[in-house]
Design a protein around this ligand. Structure first.
Ligand SMILES: [Zn+2]
Ligand SMILES: [Zn+2]
Length: 120
């Protein structure tokens, strides 16, 4: 089940409501994570499981994912999950930063993702 989060910053930036994670249907095939393009400042969700990572849809620059307060490039390949329960083809889901994140508008670490709902 995915989450719906609202991204906002104390500077007045409103990133809108974002659907993140993955739905029940396609669990494991994609994983939406908020991302920022540090070249043009575009802010949206992108598929973290896509290898290689998709570029910014606006300028083609690299995307940085909010897996930490300071958004990071994803690894070249998404790490595979340790096969403890015999389930193959599962990829490790990233954790997401929720508070004190880099704001695309003001450049301060004051962006927050507030959980507003779930989706499937
Ligand atoms: Zn861009
Ligand atoms: Zn801001």
């Amino acid at each position: 089940m995915g989450q719906m989060v609202h991204a906002s910053c104390t500077c007045g930036f409103d990133g809108g409501t974002l659907s993140i994670g993955a739905g029940m249907q396609d669990f494991g095939s994609y994983y939406l994570v908020p991302a920022i393009c540090r070249k043009c400042g575009a802010f949206d969700v992108a598929d973290y499981f896509l290898d290689p990572a998709s570029p910014c849809t606006t300028c083609g620059g690299p995307l940085y994912f909010y897996t930490e307060a300071q958004p990071k490039r994803k690894p070249e390949r998404t790490p595979d999950l340790e096969l403890t329960d015999g389930v193959a083809d599962q990829r490790q889901r990233p954790s997401l930063a929720t508070e004190s994140c880099l704001c695309p508008a003001c450049g301060q670490f004051t962006l927050a993702f507030e959980l507003v709902g779930m989706w499937d």
